[in-house]
Write a protein that binds this ligand. Structure first.
Ligand SMILES: [Ca+2]
Ligand SMILES: [Ca+2]
Length: 265
């Protein structure tokens, strides 16, 4: 009797196992994705695309720049279909890797795929230094809590540069996004920033926005450029002459600054 029950139990176990195996094969055909790009070597601030193809409908896509330590997943209403094209730009030189993961209709995920890019300076100019020579109400009080003779009344100056980049890889739309924010020079200090070690490259074909502010208790700041109009600049007219230094003046905003540049040969 003992023998029979043992046999029965093992038959039961075997049948359970085969049930599970059948279910697994029914529901989990793995999703595969392939990722290709039009160019692995790109210039700073240059558009490129990544083409994602799935072995079936991609309900969603996960994107990451750090192998999914941090990531964002996007699920459009009717999925992506079997393929989609993503838009990118890199704003700094160096080796950069993008990571992708597909999500299928039953929410299972594909393996992570990655593409590594070499971002080069191409014909971009490097910013060596930036000097502010004039701004709105320079040498006057921006911090009224201090008396008229106290040097602390002077502006605590910080500049920023924005670069155009894609709002998201899923849209073919560019937006100005903060790229570089300088150290604060307290009480007007020395208004020259040495940037030579930072590898800050500007694509001369693009347009950038410049911002200048008096920093109080961060993040409180006051605009020193009297914008609008926005302060914009481009190096397009200097591509042939490649000057080491250019002075950008905005009389309407009482603003002037000097960019020291290093051009490729
Ligand atoms: Ca101050
Ligand atoms: Ca201040």
């Amino acid at each position: 009797m003992k023998k029979i029950s043992l046999i029965l139990i093992s038959v039961f176990i075997i049948s359970c196992n085969s049930d599970t195996e059948e279910k697994v094969t029914e529901t989990s055909t793995p999703l595969f994705i392939s990722t290709t790009t039009n160019d692995n070597t790109v210039t700073v601030d240059q558009n490129f695309t990544v083409n994602i193809i799935g072995s079936e409908n991609l309900k969603g896509l996960g994107l990451s720049a750090d192998n999914f330590t941090t990531s964002s997943f996007v699920y459009p209403g009717s999925g992506f279909g079997n393929s989609t094209i993503l838009n990118y730009r890199f704003v700094d030189i160096g080796e950069k890797t993008l990571y992708f993961q597909g999500v299928k209709d039953d929410n299972t995920k594909s393996d992570i795929k990655s593409i590594t890019f070499n971002v080069i300076k191409g014909n971009c100019a490097k910013i060596v230094s930036l000097k502010i020579t004039s701004f709105y109400r320079m040498n006057t009080s921006w911090d009224p809590e201090y008396s008229n003779s106290d040097p602390n009344r002077l502006a605590d100056v910080c500049f920023s540069i924005t670069k155009l980049n894609f709002t998201s890889p899923f849209e073919n739309k560019l937006n100005q996004k903060l790229w570089y924010k300088s150290e604060v020079k307290e009480n007007q200090g020395n208004l020259t920033w040495d940037l030579s070690k930072l590898n800050l490259y500007l694509n001369p074909n693009n347009t950038f926005n410049f911002g200048l502010a008096d920093i109080d208790n961060y993040p409180v700041a006051q605009d020193l450029t009297m914008s609008p109009p926005e302060i914009q600049f481009s190096l397009a007219s200097y591509i042939q002459t490649k000057p080491n230094s250019i002075t950008l003046s905005y009389p309407q905003n009482n603003l002037e600054f000097i960019l020291e540049l290093e051009w490729p040969n």
